[in-house]
Write a protein that binds this ligand. Structure first.
Ligand SMILES: NC(=O)c1ccc[n+]([C@@H]2O[C@H](COP(=O)([O-])OP(=O)(O)OC[C@H]3O[C@@H](n4cnc5c(N)ncnc54)[C@H](OP(=O)(O)O)[C@@H]3O)[C@@H](O)[C@H]2O)c1
Length: 344
């Protein structure tokens, strides 16, 4: 079986470490190159306690080290702003790239600037980047060399929202997304608000008045469902390691029909599960899997809540990134990914 040489840039972060775990077990991919930033020069085993075997003895290159000539696939798991340069270099050497950062998730430079407060260094690459919400973008992912992997909050929100929007089932003037994430969603670099004493036994909202992922949700709701929407999005951080839950407060003429619309849209999708009417998803129920679980509850004649859960490091990041790489390479989309959670 052909092994595709693969590089992970940003291998020492939480999503990078998750990519190592997934790719190490993938039948068609081989880890050929791992790069880091402040930890460059160290051995993987010195930095990532969860990694064992041959890959743990690899030395971490720096992010600007040229890629080995046999590398065909590159995952960039770098902070936004830092990823664009590495993506450009990898594309220039002929590699396929899955970028986990936000650097190529927008279709134009103005939206990128509005969301990230900076000019994009390579806006000419937007045209070839495909926003890889896998279940909605298979054909485009298949034909591109650059996948912009969606953010965790947009994935958790758009998967339940898009089928309802596309069916014209929602009042688009009121879409409230109340979302919660575990602390791994903020990455591994030290931050005061993530210290144990400050994050433990507490919950807080952040990113207000407008978190950068609101632009991403609105842009792709418009692109996929053809509907102009405004999303009132409030993220919260919870004292758990992984997991994400989004509660969508929605209005529409016939909320009793929402469950059928969602079940129909995802009937054949292994990584999206619409729970029986009234059943509620949990972060524990998807932890360790590449699944998004969705629950629907009608709360009034014209209102309801749709709740979705993902593992932020899997369907929200590295799992969906591998799903997209599989699609891009023409492999079975589910290779190396689990539909089963680690439970309890
Ligand atoms: N965490 C999530 O749940 C999640 C979900 C979806 C998308 N994402 C996105 O995925 C990307 C990676 O996230 P993460 O949570 O894995 O971050 P992280 O844990 O903070 O890791 C960042 C990685 O990038 C390297 N790095 C830091 N600053 C750099 C710079 N200036 N230039 C080059 N490399 C640099 C770090 O290397 P050293 O360790 O050597 O310093 C580390 O390997 C981010 O863009 C994030 O927004 C994350």
């Amino acid at each position: 079986m052909k092994q595709i040489s693969t590089a992970i840039l940003g291998a020492t972060g939480y999503t990078g470490a998750e990519l190592i775990r997934l790719i190490d077990a993938h039948p068609n991919l081989r880890i050929a190159h791992l790069a880091a930033h402040s930890q460059a020069g160290k051995l993987v085993a010195e930095v990532l306690p969860g990694v064992s075997g041959e890959v743990s003895a690899m030395q971490l290159a720096s992010a600007d080290t040229p890629l080995p000539s046999d590398v065909e696939l590159v995952f960039t798991a770098l902070p936004h702003g830092a990823a664009a340069e590495s993506v450009k270099k990898a594309l220039d050497t002929g590699c396929r790239v899955v970028d986990l950062s936000a650097d190529f998730r927008h279709q134009d430079a103005d939206t990128y600037r509005a969301a990230y407060g900076a000019d994009h260094p390579y806006p000419e690459l937007f045209e070839q980047a495909v926003f890889g919400l896998s279940e909605w973008a298979r054909d485009a992912v298949c034909g591109t060399k650059l996948v912009a992997n969606p953010g965790c909050y947009p994935t958790c929100t758009l998967l339940p929202l898009l089928p309802l929007l596309r069916a014209g089932a929602l009042d688009t003037s009121v879409i409230i997304v109340d979302a919660k994430s575990g602390t791994s969603g903020a990455g591994r670099s030290p931050k005061t608000e993530l210290l144990y004493c400050e994050a433990n036994e507490g919950v807080r909202a952040y990113g207000l008045p407008r978190h950068r992922h609101a632009w991403e949700m609105e842009e792709w709701a418009r692109a996929y469902a053809g509907q102009e929407v405004h999303v009132d999005f409030v993220p919260h951080i919870l004292p758990m390691t992984r997991g994400m839950l989004a509660t969508l407060h929605l209005r529409g003429d016939n909320p009793d029909g929402w469950h059928g619309l969602l079940s129909g849209a995802y009937a054949d999708e292994p990584f999206v599960r619409v729970l029986p009417k009234g059943a509620l998803p949990t972060t524990k129920g998807v932890c360790g899997s590449n699944r998004c679980d969705i629950g629907v509850v009608v709360t009034g004649p014209n209102s309801g809540v749709v709740i979705s859960c993902i593992d932020n490091l899997l369907k929200g990041a590295s799992g969906q990134a591998l799903q997209n790489a599989n699609i891009m390479l023409g492999l079975d989309e589910g290779l190396g990914l689990s539909t089963q959670a680690v439970w309890p």
